[in-house]
Design a protein around this ligand. Structure first.
Ligand SMILES: [Zn+2]
Length: 247
């Protein structure tokens, strides 16, 4: 399996385990967050959202999800067995950013086609996952940012796992800009059919490092395993496999 290495926490001296690719680590004994390579203290705001549920309580929002929605088999909640529930504090960067795209394009839905220009101006708290290999539907995750508090290691459940960051703040800002550009291209295409040029300018207001509680759940229904991701802060299912009704 993955090689694990350790460094000493610059604050309390405890060993901090990390895996290849991780660049920012949080000490589980004192909550100190540091750059792995240099041991330097982390100077950005480090926030956390906590899970409302323990290992037993979390079954409630999962069963609720199984019961709701007409696309699901009617016996899903009754016949499913929850076989795995892991609470993981996933690392994210929240990039508060203003963006303005100016574009010029051709509108072809009229004859003759016309050249149009316009601007899209938006402000975002753009969420960037700080893990590279993790499959996570970031855009479907409406993270409840208003509930975030300064990171407090003492309130992290003993059974939970806190993942380190594989993306630094500068990379996160770059990723946010690329994704916003892509998103704006998509929006512009509602106004013009062909983009001739587009230029986006950004103002980064704040970058926050955030650990958010996500439950990784596996449930068994009619002897097949299915995955479900649940936001521990709100109980909302971020993504869930819906078994077919078997018609
Ligand atoms: Zn420490």
């Amino acid at each position: 399996m993955a090689v694990v290495d350790t460094i000493r926490c610059s604050h309390c001296g405890a060993p901090i385990e990390f895996k290849p690719g991780e660049i920012i680590a949080t000490c589980k004994y004192c909550g100190y967050t540091q750059a792995i390579e240099t041991g330097q203290a982390f100077t950005f705001e480090h926030s956390v959202l906590f899970s409302k549920y323990d290992l037993v309580q979390v079954e409630e929002p999962i069963r609720d999800w199984m019961r709701g929605g007409f696309l699901k088999p009617s016996d899903l909640a009754r016949k499913s067995k929850i076989v795995e529930k892991n609470l993981v504090y996933l690392p994210f960067w929240v990039v508060s950013i203003e963006s303005k795209s100016s574009y010029k394009g051709v509108f072809e839905r009229v004859a003759p086609a016309v050249v149009k220009d316009g601007t899209i101006e938006k402000e975002y708290d753009w969420l960037v996952l700080a893990r590279k290999a993790t499959e996570f539907p970031t855009r479907e995750y409406d993270v409840p940012l208003e509930g975030k508090v300064p990171y407090d290691f003492r309130k992290i459940e003993g059974f939970a796992k806190v993942l380190n960051s594989e993306v630094d703040q500068d990379q996160a800002v770059e990723i946010a800009k690329q994704q916003i550009e892509e998103h704006h291209r998509f929006l512009v295409q509602e106004d013009v059919d062909k983009i001739i040029e587009m230029k986006t300018e950004y103002t980064v207001n704040q970058v926050v490092y955030l650990h958010a509680p996500v439950w990784f759940v596996k449930f068994e229904y009619k002897s097949e395993l299915h995955d479900l991701l649940l936001d521990g802060a709100t109980g909302t299912v971020i993504k869930g496999d819906i078994p077919s009704s078997g018609f």
